[in-house]
Design a protein around this ligand. Structure first.
Ligand code: WTA
Length: 654
């Protein structure tokens, strides 16, 4: 079947599924209308899904007005997020498993952590943090493997009102140092090593290096994961496994305002400097918990698995905060989809009887290429709902997921959202909507998407249509500010299109009014579902002594979705060799991390520039896509001949 035919197919949920679902088609229509017609009443009601210490009386107080962007939800209510994710379940489900930990090695035993266990772990960790001098409002960096201690540390921060900022364990010491300084962290929680896919990353050694480079003098709390030897700095470093032996498990949760920050998460934008996205306690938790329950149609007793890493927003909202607020059983997986072989995901599904499974298209594409036998040898009969996130899913991967993994019985939820949005924004609901492969379909409750004409910024009402995707009004899970730089928040998201939140994505609305995400319209690329600014890679490249100038663009990549294509102009007299290519690749990996590793490096004596000196990325993108027949107008270039040279020497001669 051609991809065109696949795109035209539709998949309605079975009547069996629909009848047991939280939300069917009629209920969706009714609730959606209520959520946008009277947000105060709707969220006034649904805000009660979490426990408040002091109830709110003001529901929504938000403004997108230019120069005065301000977002507050439930602003006079108080709560504690960790009490919501742990304590409130003790009476009803203390002995239920909260977290199933599946370690990297399949032969190592899985751990089942009950809500009662979790309460003890979180309280002890919280007391350790307090003893180390961390208090309400302080920032704590987490640089950890995917181990239960990562969840304990998040919830321990929440318990005492400290603000956590997780740095993905694949990031380099330099990237870690920038984040430690960015939020002026008091403490870094790390582990000795991070086992993953049969290899070990030296997290503690990376943290040591980072703290040598950072200006901020942070203390270190280290969890022993592998027990290997590490370097130790007396006075600065603290051993979690020792301290936890004597830590008290009595730590009353701090009363926090709904608008007190819960976490900062650094994410890439179109400039070189990652932004510290700030999420707050009340609205975020309402959003994470409601979307987790409704998007995945999670029911009490289900086993739910999101394969993301807690270093990304998906791990925050859909491994930890959303599911635990709902009293769910959530799987935490330390490994990779292909270790020891390509059946690992499916073996874990079988072993733990997973009901809802949530992963990224890049993983599906990689597994699809390995052959169906890896899936077919596992019993996947417990699966009910399948989800994807992170990038557009191609129809072939969608169909494979649906047929081979879901045996045609499991609705697929293609969830479009962002670090900035806190949780799902658009997705088909499994019991309500007829899915179309590759479409994000419908807005979640309270979400008001609009399609704007990119240049005029005019709202387009008719459909089918295509344009830039914006939001007309706020929702409880929306980020509140950029850490330490509210002006940047306004400039990034509210200045291109006044009075709207601009997501940075393009989208299409089809003849039925359903939404399809077409990808980023800014200089952000999406490599294996990891979001990256091309400017970050460029600044890493030009920091190398041989590089005079660099321009980085994305290009279509079969497995990763997008690959990293670098045009590099060397300093005068530097010889372009294969060795130098390798060196630059390693250089970028050390500067940023392995996820930023360039796929293709083209030596470019000249780059296409306008007379005012601006690099014309549109042209570079086309050449990288091997689509140089459609370069468009090149007449404004200072020297049009550089284009021919670049085309002749292009690297992606697919
Ligand atoms: C992209 C990840 C198409 C999009 C939760 C967005 C998607 C960026 C989808 C945010 C999807 C995410 N379909 N594109 N279902 N989900 N994206 O902040 O370009 O890491 O702007 O958040 O990923 O990436 P982030």
């Amino acid at each position: 079947m051609s991809s065109d035919d696949v795109t035209k197919q539709v998949f309605a949920p079975s009547s069996d599924f629909t009848s047991g679902a939280h939300v069917d088609a009629a209920k969706y229509e009714k609730m959606y209308a209520a959520s946008v017609n009277d947000p105060e009443a709707f969220w006034g009601e649904h805000g009660k899904r979490i426990d408040w210490m002091k109830p709110y009386s003001i529901v929504k107080n938000t403004s997108y007005a230019p120069g005065n962007v301000s977002i507050k939800w439930f602003e006079d209510g108080t709560l504690n997020v960790s009490a919501n994710c742990v304590d409130r379940h003790l009476e009803t489900r203390g002995d239920q498993t909260a977290i199933i930990f599946e370690p990297d090695e399949p032969t190592d035993e899985a751990q089942h952590i009950t809500y009662r266990d979790l309460h003890g772990h979180v309280s002890r960790m919280a007391n350790i943090l307090k003893d180390l001098g961390v208090s309400k409002g302080d920032r704590v960096i987490l640089y950890l493997p995917m181990i239960p201690e990562a969840a304990y540390a998040m919830l321990a921060c929440a318990r005492i009102g400290a603000i956590h900022s997780i740095v993905f364990a694949g990031f380099s010491p330099d990237a870690l140092a920038a984040r430690v300084d960015g939020c002026d962290a008091k403490l870094v929680i790390t582990a000795d090593f991070a086992p993953r896919g049969g290899r070990k990353t030296a997290l503690k050694a990376n943290a040591d290096l980072a703290l040598e480079h950072a200006e901020t003098k942070a203390q270190v709390l280290m969890v022993r994961r592998t027990g290997d030897e590490v370097n130790w700095v007396d006075g600065r470093d603290h051993d979690y496994n020792e301290l936890v032996k004597t830590a008290s498990d009595d730590c009353p949760p701090e009363e926090m305002n709904a608008e007190d920050p819960l976490f900062i998460l650094y994410t890439s934008g179109s400039t070189g400097q990652p932004k510290g996205v700030v999420h707050c306690s009340g609205g975020y938790l309402v959003w994470a918990s409601m979307t987790q329950e409704i998007t995945f149609d999670y029911h009490d007793g289900d086993i739910y698995w999101c394969t993301a890493d807690v270093g990304w927003v998906t791990g925050h909202s859909y491994i930890v905060y959303g599911p635990l607020a709902n009293g769910a059983t959530t799987v935490m997986f330390e490994g990779t989809p292909t270790y020891p072989d390509a059946s690992r995901f499916w073996q874990v599904c079988e072993k733990h009887k997973v009901n809802q499974f949530y992963t990224a298209p890049t993983a599906l594409r990689a597994l699809m290429g390995q052959g169906n036998e890896f899936v077919e040898k596992c019993d996947l009969s417990d699966l009910k709902v399948l989800g994807t996130v992170g990038e557009p899913i191609n129809p072939e991967a969608w169909t494979w997921y649906h047929e081979v993994v879901g045996k045609g019985n499991c609705p697929i939820v293609d969830t479009w959202w962002q670090t900035e949005t806190g949780g799902h924004m658009m997705t088909p609901l499994p019991g309500a909507h007829t899915a179309k492969p590759g479409a994000a379909m419908k807005p979640f409750f309270g979400v008001q998407p609009v399609v704007l004409e990119p240049t005029s910024g005019e709202e387009i009402h008719e459909y089918p249509t295509e344009g830039v995707l914006c939001m007309k009004d706020s929702w409880p899970g929306q980020m509140r500010t950029v850490w330490g730089d509210h002006e940047r928040f306004e400039k990034t998201y509210f200045s291109d299109y006044k009075n709207y939140y601009f997501a940075g994505d393009g989208c299409r609305r089809d003849e039925d009014g359903d939404y399809w995400i077409t990808g980023r319209v800014d200089d952000v690329i999406n490599v294996s579902g990891h979001r990256m600014g091309t400017a970050e890679v460029e600044s890493a490249l030009v920091a190398h002594e041989t590089v005079a100038e660099a321009a980085v663009v994305g290009y279509p990549h079969d497995i990763k979705g997008q690959g990293i294509y670098c045009y590099v102009t060397l300093m005068n007299g530097v010889e372009p060799t294969e060795e130098l290519r390798k060196e630059l690749r390693t250089w970028v990996r050390t500067e940023i991390g392995p996820i930023a590793s360039p796929d293709l490096i083209q030596w470019s004596p000249g780059l296409p520039k306008t007379r005012s000196g601006k690099i014309m990325r549109r042209i570079l993108r086309k050449i990288a896509e091997n689509d140089y027949g459609a370069l468009g107008d090149t007449s404004t270039l200072a020297d049009p001949s550089v284009v021919d040279e670049l085309i002749d020497n292009r690297m992606n001669k697919a």
